[in-house]
Design a protein around this ligand. Sequence first.
Ligand SMILES: Cc1ncc(COP(=O)(O)O)c(C=O)c1O
Length: 450
Amino acid sequence: MATETLNAPPAPEASAIPSLEELWMPFTANRAYKRAPRLLVAAKDMYYTDAAGRQVLDGTAGLWCVNAGHCRDEITAAIREQAGVMDYAPPFQMGHPLAFELAQHLSQMLPAGIDHVFFGNSGSEAVDTALKIALAYWQAKGQPQRTRLIGRARGYHGVGFGGMSVGGIATNTKQFSAQTLPLVDHLPATHDLAKNAFSRGQPAHGAEFADALEELVAKHGDTIAAVIVEPVAGSTGVLVPPKGYLDRLRAICDKHGILLIFDEVITGFGRLGASFAAEKFGVTPDMMTLAKGLTNAAVPMGAVCLRREIYDAVINASASGIEFFHGYTYSGHPLAAAAGLATLEIYRSERLFERAASLESYWADAVHSLRGRRNVIDCRNIGIVAGIELEARPGAVGARGFETFLKCFELGVMVRSTADTIALSPPLIVEKPQIDRMFETVADALERVE
Ligand SMILES: Cc1ncc(COP(=O)(O)O)c(C=O)c1O
């Protein structure tokens, strides 16, 4: 497995760098970025090349998505070949073999009982699709009163109106707050710094946070359709579920007939040292949302995976014709399907999920080596994910985290900052010396950032 970049392309001519003005960049401080841009121009295995020709070690697998490392030849070849054979096929009332094949391969990897797949193009679409499937399911089951959706504080489920509404991040809704979905409640976040700081793996305290669902049931009776949670919250700072929490959530959902959705957009495909979080934690939801690692991010794709019973209920509720009024022009796109098949084959043949599991303890040691460093108030880890929480500067939440991210990039390592937590989640092909370099760089940056 090659992990070094031997033939990085030369830095582009200054004239090759385009005008930055016209593009409105997503989730970006546009003005600051355009004053001091960070442009990436190439990638291979564990490294990006920036516009100055510098190699940057990828500590985040892009955006938690390039699990097999960058520009993998097998995936590139599969996309290229499919692009020459059939660029596109309509997914409504038509089909093409690769989408079916990918659904079949995927279903063979899923937890027992989850064996049907609906494709979209992103995590956000997967989440909105899953929420709509939940509502359609309850209609089909003759319980149309089940319309309430439960998310969790500090949850991130993408940016569609559904995902934004069940998500629990105030900054993501405040510009649009009048228009979030009306029938939504939130469980409390599971993060308990006072009791669980510097936990290695799953924290000991907090299973009881799940009991808030009982309170919501007491309030809303049998109107709750589904609960959606990230098994490990990623975007709000790597919040690892307390021991017993997910089991308890599952039990309460079962008791009251509520569907449980795991948003595995980040946790899927080996990130936790198992195929999925469901496997890692031994808790099987009714639906799972996937994206990112599904195609190694080479072509956008998302998926909802669900129990056969849910599929059967919705399909059989309709006497004939279209059973589910939902779908995307690019559902199961041929290039994405080709990339997905090649990606799953790499995961299988290189045993990357097992590889991640075998690195977990080394990774944990590296993460916790930062304990005691300046401003560090917590280190969290699970699988090949880390969160290093820094004390926020008074009146400037997020500033220290962002400056640390910038400093690491300057030092040649890509990390991510979410508020004041530094998150790391490298490709699963990462080598131990590269893990060392990532955490040495974060340590170095922490010394340099006030
Ligand atoms: C858990 C989770 N769900 C959904 C999404 C949204 O995915 P996308 O950006 O592909 O729409 C993300 C993105 O980071 C995510 O982490």
